[in-house]
Ligand binder design. Structure first.
Ligand SMILES: C[S@@+](CC[C@H](N)C(=O)[O-])C[C@H]1O[C@@H](n2cnc3c(N)ncnc32)[C@H](O)[C@@H]1O
Ligand code: SF4
Length: 338
């Protein structure tokens, strides 16, 4: 039976983090000063096993979840990921499985992932400028590898490939249109993401955000664009078509246009905590009851309870605070990966 929260929002999308580790140290996500060589990442037995993930996916599907997004950390660091994809495609009710990756290992895995049922992939790529890329990935990873990962994904049929580009003013915003120049006309959709605050650790400041509207104007001045209607209620990216028929571009505006109203997303961390908001700091531990032998009815009751009490409107509240207070207090936010 589908469930709804206190604001009558259903639970449709589940973002599953497969691993808290990453082979990048993007300063906006996992700054290397904090995620250093002695940082205590989860040990493998602390992470949910593939069997546990599949069991939870079945339970969530029974509560209305239709879409799974596999993420991390860097999900392709998890060995045999294609096997998990294969098992998840068999879960009744799930009609869409997506993967978000930094793309470095995609070249090695694209064919297997497609063969096991993955149909879509999102690759995070903030710039085509080598030096800026190095800064935005913390000095790890090679731009060439990400680009060949994208090529491999296209060749394997994981299309349209979506590209997520986080845009920060004064850092990579002047290179944003280069991404469109390169990928327009290919089976690739570039989506620009407003730089978001993640706790107090990524040096976020409002002046570093390039509002989507401003970026859309810059795009429109070069290649005229027209808005496209949403694919489904609560779709995160606002989509625009290029008038010349060269595809589309998306904008994810969680800072300038918060979209909590129709939010049907939740996330499951790699250690098995269920968060009812991408930015929530408190999650419900599902790993302990799973490992203590709780049956499906008990697990469903726990999940129902958490979603039924959900009141989260983080992005909207942050916006309200910003408008009503000259120096708004930061709302503590969680690492959106992990
Ligand atoms: C946390 S990463 C995990 C998956 C994978 N490692 C990757 O980079 O695609 C998922 C997405 O969150 C985005 N992200 C992380 N921190 C962000 C921030 N502070 N503001 C906006 N987007 C952010 C990344 O750019 C990426 O597209
Ligand atoms: S955005 Fe992705 S690639 Fe970058 S540090 Fe975060 S998890 Fe790693």
């Amino acid at each position: 039976m589908p469930i709804a929260d206190t604001l009558n929002r259903p639970l449709r999308d589940l973002r599953i983090s497969l691993i808290d580790r990453c082979n990048f140290r993007c300063p906006y996500c996992m700054p290397k000063e904090q995620f250093h060589e002695h940082y205590r990442f989860l040990k493998s037995q602390e992470r949910l096993s593939f069997d546990e993930i599949v069991r939870l996916a079945r339970l969530f599907a029974g509560l209305g979840v239709r879409k799974l997004r596999l993420t991390g950390g860097e999900p392709l660091l998890r060995a045999n990921l294609a096997d998990l994809v294969g098992d998840l495609t068999d879960v009744r009710g799930i009609d869409d499985i997506a993967l978000t990756t930094n793309g470095v290992l995609l070249g090695q895995h694209a064919v297997d992932l497609h063969a096991n049922g993955l149909r879509r992939v999102t690759v995070s790529l903030d710039t085509l400028d080598k030096e800026i890329f190095a800064r935005m990935s913390g000095g790890f990873g090679a731009l060439e590898q990400v680009l060949s990962g994208i090529d491999a994904a296209i060749a394997a049929g994981l299309t349209p490939v979506k590209i997520n580009a986080v845009i920060e003013r004064g850092l990579n915003d002047h290179t944003a249109l280069d991404l469109l120049e390169r990928f327009r006309g290919l089976p690739v959709i570039v989506r620009f993401i407003e730089f978001m605050d993640v706790g107090n650790r990524n040096n976020w400041r409002p002046e570093l955000v390039v509002p989507s509207r401003e970026l859309a104007e810059r795009v429109n001045a070069r290649w005229p664009i027209q808005p496209v209607s949403q694919n489904y209620p609560g779709e995160v990216a606002k989509r625009w078509h290029f008038e010349d028929g060269a595809g589309e571009v998306g904008f994810i505006s969680s800072i300038s246009q918060p979209f909590c109203g129709a939010c049907s997303r939740a996330r499951l961390s790699s250690e098995g905590k269920f968060y009812t908001c991408l930015f929530a700091t408190q999650g419900l531990d599902l790993r302990a009851p799973l490992r203590a032998g709780s049956d499906d009815t008990e697990m469903l009751q726990l999940i129902r309870g958490a979603w039924g009490n959900r009141t989260d409107r983080y992005s909207e509240l942050r916006e309200e605070l910003r408008r009503t207070s000259p120096s708004p207090k930061k709302i503590e936010m969680n690492y959106i990966g992990g």
